[in-house]
Design a protein around this ligand. Structure first.
Ligand SMILES: [Zn+2]
Length: 241
């Protein structure tokens, strides 16, 4: 590549970034970072894991599941079998080293909620799930993935939803008979919007331009990924026989 080609190439790439969709490219990169582990961790032994990205630091302690919890989680996540690599989370905390803002697990979730994540790398797709009725949360990604931290806040939001707590069990049980009614659909959507609003409120002190949680990334994630996929699933439940 001679000097002129090099200039043209650099001109084009600059233009593509600026002209076509500077924000989209940046957003794509940020969303990519949000969804991948900050670093690889061996989860085969119990232990504390500390992560740092930009000014944000978080840590958690993970350990093995007992069989009873494993069965309950298999039921909630609708595995149909008991996968290995599911880890129990015993503690979680996060700090913004710029502002000093802190969060403890007890700030978002009561102690009786059993929290677990799937540590298997690129395992078969599993969904994040919360059962308000039985006090369980299962995350489809380890907390080494920033997105999983945000999903934890979303799932915790379901437990802080008074209406969902009161009617949780009854509603959870009727949800599997199809098609659901319009009011059930509205309630499902309300719950998801409510849980995401809770998550956005709680993550706010940890939003930083250097990531991993940026305003634009979280907004995109909530509206175009999370609520979008919930909307599709709700639409499906409305028509499914
Ligand atoms: Zn949800």
């Amino acid at each position: 590549m001679d000097d002129r080609d090099l200039k043209a190439d650099s001109y084009v790439s600059r233009h593509l970034e600026l002209g076509q969709s500077t924000l989209t490219d940046q957003l794509k990169r940020e969303l990519g970072d949000l969804a991948k582990p900050v670093r690889e961790v061996d989860f085969s032994q119990p232990g504390e894991v500390t992560l740092k990205k930009g000014a944000i630091e978080w840590k958690f302690y993970h350990e093995d599941l007992d069989v009873e919890t494993m069965l309950a989680l298999a039921d909630i996540a609708k595995f149909g079998y008991m996968p290995f690599g599911i880890r129990l989370i015993k503690s979680f905390s996060m700090v913004n080293t710029k502002s000093g803002a802190r969060m403890e697990l007890s700030d978002i979730l009561s102690r009786d909620v059993i929290l677990a994540f799937d540590s298997r790398p690129s395992s078969e797709p599993m969904t994040d799930a919360a059962s308000v009725g039985t006090n369980h949360i299962i995350l489809s990604n380890p907390l080494t993935v920033p997105k999983s931290v945000f999903v934890l806040l979303h799932e915790a939001g379901h437990f802080n939803d008074f209406k969902a707590r009161v009617y949780g069990k009854i509603f959870d049980d009727t949800q599997d008979s199809f098609p659901i009614s319009n009011s059930e659909a509205a309630e499902l959507l309300r719950r998801e919007r409510n849980a995401s609003a809770f998550a956005l409120t709680k993550i706010r002190p940890f939003i930083d331009d250097d990531g991993p949680f940026t305003e634009s990334t979280l907004r995109y994630f909530v509206h175009h990924e999370s609520l979008h996929s919930h909307s599709k699933s709700i639409a499906d439940k409305l028509t499914r026989k």
